[in-house]
Every structure is written in C-alpha cells, then in structure tokens.
Design a protein around this ligand. Structure first.
Ligand code: UDP
Ligand code: UDP
Length: 467
C-alpha cells in the first residue's frame, strides 16, 4: 500500500507509545498535539490499564480534544511482581509493557496507512528494538528527562563496565563537553545491582546507538552545554540524531476548571506565593511532611502546597489532619492553601501570584517552571532529579540546598526549609534569570526560527522522505 495519503499531501503517520505515570504520559500527549499541529497522522498506543486515575483522565481528555488521533488499546500480559525486583507500581508497569512489547508487532504491521515512524518511551528500548527491526520501522525514543540526563544515560555502558560490584570506583562522572556529574547525583537505584531500575538501564543503554533518533523536551536556552555536546557527538560516538524539540507548550485540553485554588491565587499579590509539589508519584514521609509544613509557616510567605502521602492517587485515603496533625493544619489556615488532590500545576505556575516553586525537579515540572519563568528551589527526591537539579542550578533560575540530599535520606528541619524558601522568594537574581529563561523558552517555539520548530521540521522532513 502506498504511504501517501490519498489525494492529500503527504502526512507522515506516527505511532506513539508512552510508558506508565504522568511524568511519561504528559510529554507524550503534548508531543502528540505538536505532531498533529505539524500535519502528522497520530496513532496513540495506550497500555491498558493505567496505574493512576490521573493517567486515564488525561488520556480521555486528549482523545476528546483530538478526535483525529487514533487510539489503540494495548492489553498487557499479566506480571507477577515477585519476578521483577521492585515494589514501585509505576516501575512494575514499565516492566509489564516491556514484557508485552512483542505483541505489538502484528498490530503495528497492520496499521493503515503504514507507519512512517514509532516514537516510544525511553524505558522500553531493548524490548521495542526487536519489533522495529523486524518491521523495518524507523524508531525514535522520547527521552522524558533532561539532555544532561540523556548524556549520562548514553555513557552508562562504559561507566558500568568500569565499576566494581558496589560501584565503589565510581567517582564523579566525567563526560566530554559537560561539567562533571557528581557521584552523589547518580540515581540511587542504579547503585543497587539487583534493582529493576538497574536492570532496565543495563539492558537499554547499549541499544541507544541503534535508534534512528532521540527526541528531548528541552531547548538550547536551558541546556546549551548538553545539547552542544550531544550534537557535536562528543558524548558518545555513534549516537543517533538528537532533536531538542522542547519546550512542549502545555495544551488547552489539560486545563482544569477554574477552581478554588486559582480563585485563591487571584486574591494574592503578585509573586507572593510559594508553590510546593513533588510531582505525581512521590509520597513524602509523615515526619518530613510536618517539617515542611513548619517550614512553610516559618518562611512567612503565603503558600500553595500539594501534599502527597501515597505514590498512586487511588490509594490516598488519609485526611490532611491525619497526615499533618490537627494543630499544624489549624495554624496554616489563612496563611496558605494545602491540597491533597490533583492540582492544575500549569495554571498555577502561570499565575502572577506565584513567585517560587519548591520542586522535586521531575523534568516536566522543570520545563513548566521555565516556560512560566518561575524560580525553583530544588529538592530532588529520587531518580534523575539531582541531575535535573544541576541543570536548574547551572542555568541560574533556581537554587538547590544540596545538604538536603534525597527525600528519603534525611528529615530536613522546618527552620532550614523556611530559611531557604525566604532566600529563593527574596532573590531578584533568580527572578531575573527565570524571566530570561522564559523568554528563551518562548523564543524556541516561535514560528520565527525557533529551535523547536526547526527540529520538528527536520523530523517530519525525515519521515516524508520514506516511501
Ligand atoms: N502534575 C499536575 N498536578 C499534580 C501533580 C503533577 O499537574 O497535582 C503534573 C505536572 O505539571 C507535570 C507532571 O504532572 O506535568 C509530573 O511530571 P514530573 O516530570 O514533574 O514529575 P513526576 O510526577 O514524573 O515525578
Ligand atoms: N507550537 C510549538 N512548536 C511547534 C509548533 C507550534 O510549540 O513546532 C505551539 C506554540 O505554542 C505556538 C502554537 O503552537 O504558539 C500555535 O502555533 P501556530 O503555528 O499556529 O502559530 P503561531 O501562533 O506560533 O504563529
């Protein structure tokens, strides 16, 4: 069958395969919206069922907003968790998708019109490569983290081969063209050899050179150093083309109703509120939650705090009073807003009342803060987040209290938290840098030579050449 689309000009047909969790799904659906904007035909493969309610809601909203996208339910094989060395429901779902990936072969092969490309999640490489190789399909990953993290990721096979059993010989990681990555920033689960995270890294990272390309939701104004090193092939020989296609602008379909939180923000002075959130899948220990509450009170600033006690939203059962204690909840009344449900982070960060963001530095949160010019106080909790925090710090629009370490290592005292929040909220320097990054972010998506546009054009041209 011809790949041309009837009498229409050529519309590349692209299938997207996201992985589990909002941190992975969100950039995929924003990418889907951009591809549709660039006249691509999009098939969205939806691993079923989703782990969180947030994911299923988000997918439904996307499909209502974009009826031209074709959904394809992907029913996963059951996974016995005892065979996977992880208790994290999102990582277990990565593994379930990996173990089911071979089922995609006949489905992808039968799509009409035939596919020009498959763009899939970075956590699925070694299980999807055999499928795309058999089908002779161009494959790309969407790397849902920073270009700095991708640089580390692609060098991992060389690093791991030099390490001894407990990685004791690992010092700081030197990558050509990049400022060194301190050993303390390495994702903690990578230092545990029988973890599922390590297994996935070990299997996937050597396959990066087999891909046709890597898409990253980032832009030059934020990650000049890493993007230059990657495109100059300094990081690793044989890397495929790297496309800095970010920042992905938040989409209309994501917008929640203008609810109480936003109305509360409307009543606050400009840049007076600190917003606190550790993303969609990080639960905070109770002791730390209480210290954080104390810290917010001590800061003297108004606050909007999204509290999470459980990794998966369906499992949130406790009330705020049970989590924080009645006394603290009482003290916080009138000083800020504490919420336990899903918040519309994009609208919050875009609100003029918000002057700073205490963030775990999940990459989407970093990009959303950059897009809105909001300074960050970085408090990495796990995974790639310290490497992302380095990007925030190096680009000058945020600060990082390194002594706070990973979220589960130390209980940081409220006094310390309050002091750092005051420092961030009071810094004209950070504000100026955040405004500059926002300008760069907007420039990158501008139709007047923005890098995001240029890279999308490169990609779609690449697909159109296939016949
Ligand atoms: N998010 C949101 N409301 C919430 C929690 C999270 O809108 O209550 C969004 C946030 O804006 C971001 C994504 O969920 O787009 C979380 O991704 P990120 O990479 O920041 O962190 P993760 O959740 O993967 O740790
Ligand atoms: N957009 C983007 N990257 C692209 C194409 C579009 O980020 O490669 C976003 C961007 O936010 C832009 C919006 O889509 O403002 C609408 O783009 P359009 O091409 O319709 O026109 P523009 O308003 O940019 O001139």
């Amino acid at each position: 069958m011809s790949i041309c689309d009837g009498l229409q000009p050529l519309h590349p047909h692209v299938a997207l395969l996201p992985s589990a969790g909002m941190g992975h799904l969100t950039p995929f659906l924003r990418l889907a919206a951009l591809l549709i904007h660039h006249n691509c035909r999009v098939t969205l493969i939806i691993p079923h069922p989703t782990v969180s309610l947030a994911e299923s809601r988000y997918i439904s909203r996307f499909l209502s907003a974009f009826p031209q996208a074709t959904p394809l339910q992907f029913h996963l094989l059951p996974l016995d968790p005892s065979t996977a060395n992880s208790t994290d429901p999102f990582s277990l779902r990565f593994e379930a998708i990996r173990r089911s990936a071979h089922l995609l072969s006949p489905v992808l092969n039968s799509l009409s019109p035939p596919l020009h490309a498959l763009v899939y999640d970075m956590t699925l490489i070694s299980s999807v490569v055999p499928v795309t190789e058999t089908l002779r399909l161009r494959d790309y990953i969407l790397f849902t983290s920073s270009a700095r993290m991708f640089s580390f990721y692609s060098c991992f096979p060389a690093l791991a081969s030099k390490a001894d059993d407990d990685f004791a010989i690992f010092g700081d990681v030197d990558i050509l063209g990049l400022r060194p990555i301190p050993r303390s920033s390495i994702p903690p689960l990578l230092l545990i050899r029988d973890s599922l995270f390590y297994k996935i890294f070990k299997e996937d990272t050597p396959k990066v050179t087999k891909l046709h390309g890597v898409l990253i939701n980032t832009f030059e104004g934020l990650e000049t150093e890493s993007l230059n090193a990657l495109s100059g092939k300094k990081v690793l020989e044989g890397l495929p083309n790297i496309f800095g296609v970010g920042p992905f602008p938040p989409c209309e379909f994501e917008r929640e109703e203008y609810g109480d939180q936003l109305k509360w923000l409307d009543a606050q002075p400009a840049e007076s509120v600190v917003y606190v959130s550790f993303g969609s899948r990080t639960a905070t220990y109770r002791d730390q939650l209480r210290e954080l509450g104390v810290g917010l009170l001590r800061s003297g600033y108004r606050f909007l705090w999204a509290v999470k006690g459980k990794k998966v939203d369906k499992e949130e059962e406790e009330s705020l009073e049970e989590m924080l204690g009645e006394e603290l909840v009482e003290k916080m009344k009138g000083k800020g807003l504490v919420v336990k449900n899903w918040v519309d982070q994009v609208q919050i960060l875009g609100h003029t009342a918000v002057g700073g963001f205490v963030s775990h530095c999940g990459w989407n949160s970093v990009i959303e803060a950059a897009w809105n010019g909001v300074p960050i106080l970085a408090w990495p909790q796990g995974g790639d987040q310290k490497i992302n925090a380095e990007v925030v710090e190096m680009s000058g629009f945020g600060m990082w209290a390194r002594s706070w370490d990973w979220g589960d290592k130390v209980v940081v005292k409220g006094e310390d938290i309050g002091e750092k929040i005051r420092e961030m909220m009071g810094s004209q320097l950070l504000r100026g840098q955040a405004a500059r990054i926002k300008e760069e972010a907007r420039k990158a998506v501008s139709s007047d030579g923005g890098t995001c546009r240029i890279n999308f054009k490169r990609l779609t041209e690449e697909w159109k050449m296939i016949s």
